[in-house]
Design a protein around this ligand. Structure first.
Ligand SMILES: *Cc1c(COP(=O)(O)O)cnc(C)c1O
Length: 408
């Protein structure tokens, strides 16, 4: 036995059991998913696509990949899905390489500091901003938080070939319809990156981009509760615009960017998609949002200031400027007490990204443990006790978690 790694694994398992997982991009997957992800499927090479492989021995894994694809098609209501991207960032890369000419075609996305993702054309330090010209749009402080006229003006000026809508730290519903109108006016593809909110969408707790976007990418390990992986989907609208869109995306994933698909992950995705199609998952998705709303209201009642004033989804961003501490310090103090959140920039943050002015909290994982409104009130009180009164809540955190065991 590998004592070193196995003892660290055991410690990490206990850490996950005995801390409040409040990072909105994290979640607990299902025991069945962990089982297939740790299975013999890991031994198999399968470059290519079902029925068109470059290897032998495909009898069963072809059926697994086909099943994952058809479950995703049914659940999201889309005609084309690729289940092979290794994770969210490679999925976005594949879309760009499928549709854009490097050095020529422009990506337009939400600025990282305003809640966009690195892969949305963030300049200088990411492939998306190095290989492709890129331009960013920004959030406004007042609803609807997007200035559609300004975004249209930017789009008309820079003529992006892809407009990306997707966020990692935006606590409101995404206005798909307005973005599709802008994309149409400039002849751009609309890419909806639903990595954070895929579970909410299939659970009926956030509007779906399917009628509006041409292409949809998503991670599978956030609100969807699957293994680390990703999906690329093409909508009916996308296929009407370009009937070859699916083929282009398949070719960009393999052989364009990847080799053999991770069949263990693909099987895990299939299992998670089946779970997400259940009635219980709808209740779970709704409870995530209810919990986030309660957490937001309670924090506001205790004098915390929230970016956009609250939440409609699974996450909230606390602006700490009125407390005189930065996000990093707040996150570190909370972690010592067993509440795991992350430091996060706020729009127009006066501080550097390494010590931003906010923290980001989410409810997917605590909701997966079975927590409801009552527990959100307790968590809000604990956050206030730590950050405002410098009190220790370690024992209270343990007591709360003891009532909501996890299955691992
Ligand atoms: C998480 C996320 C990604 C990237 O996913 P990785 O699996 O970390 O590569 C991309 N886009 C958005 C909006 C995300 O939230």
């Amino acid at each position: 036995m590998d004592k070193k790694i196995f003892s660290l694994l055991k410690k990490e398992r206990e850490r996950q059991r005995w801390t409040l997982m409040l990072i909105p991009s994290e979640n607990y997957t299902y025991p069945e998913v962990r089982k297939v992800v740790g299975s013999v499927l890991m031994h198999k090479y399968a470059e290519g696509y079902p029925g068109r492989r470059y290897y032998q021995g495909m009898e069963f894994v072809d059926q697994i990949e086909k099943e994952a694809i058809s479950r995703a098609q049914a659940l999201f209501g889309v005609p084309f899905v690729n289940v092979q991207p290794y994770s969210g960032s490679p999925a976005n890369s594949a879309v760009y390489f499928a549709l854009l000419e490097p050095g020529k075609d422009t990506i337009m996305g939400l600025a990282l500091s305003h809640g966009g993702h690195l892969t949305h054309g963030h300049p200088k330090i990411t492939f998306s901003g190095k290989f492709f010209p890129s331009v960013q749009y920004f959030l406004k402080e007042q609803p609807p938080f997007f200035d559609f006229q300004e975004i249209l003006d930017t789009a008309l000026k820079y003529r992006p070939k892809i407009i990306v809508v997707g966020t990692t730290a935006f606590p409101r519903l995404l206005p798909w319809r307005q973005f599709t109108q802008i994309a149409q006016k400039v002849g751009a593809y609309l890419l909806a990156d639903i990595s954070h909110i895929a579970g909410l969408i299939v659970g009926g707790a956030h509007p779906s981009p399917v009628p509006y976007a041409d292409i949809i990418t998503s991670t599978t390990h956030k609100t969807l509760r699957g293994p680390r992986g990703a999906l690329i989907m093409v909508t009916k609208k996308g296929l009407e615009k370009d009937p070859k869109l699916g083929e282009k995306i398949n070719r960009a994933v393999f052989p364009g960017l990847q080799g053999g698909p991770h069949l263990h992950t693909i099987a895990g995705i299939a299992v998670a998609l089946k779970k997400a199609a259940n009635k219980e998952f709808r209740a779970y998705a709704k409870q995530i949002v209810t919990n986030a709303r309660v957490l937001a209201e309670e924090l506001k009642n205790k004098g915390f200031s929230l970016v956009t004033g609250g939440t409609d989804n699974h996450l909230l961003v606390v602006d700490l400027r009125n407390l005189g501490i930065d996000g990093k310090e707040a996150a570190e103090r909370l972690e010592k007490e067993g509440l795991v959140v992350n430091a996060n920039t706020i729009p127009n943050d006066p501080r550097p990204p390494s010590r931003p002015s906010g923290i980001r909290l989410g409810t997917p994982a605590v909701t997966a443990r079975g927590m409801k409104e009552k527990e959100m009130k307790i968590i809000a009180q604990m956050i206030a006790d730590v950050l405002k009164k410098n009190q220790s809540v370690k024992e209270k955190v343990k007591a709360l978690l003891a009532s909501f065991p996890v299955d691992f």
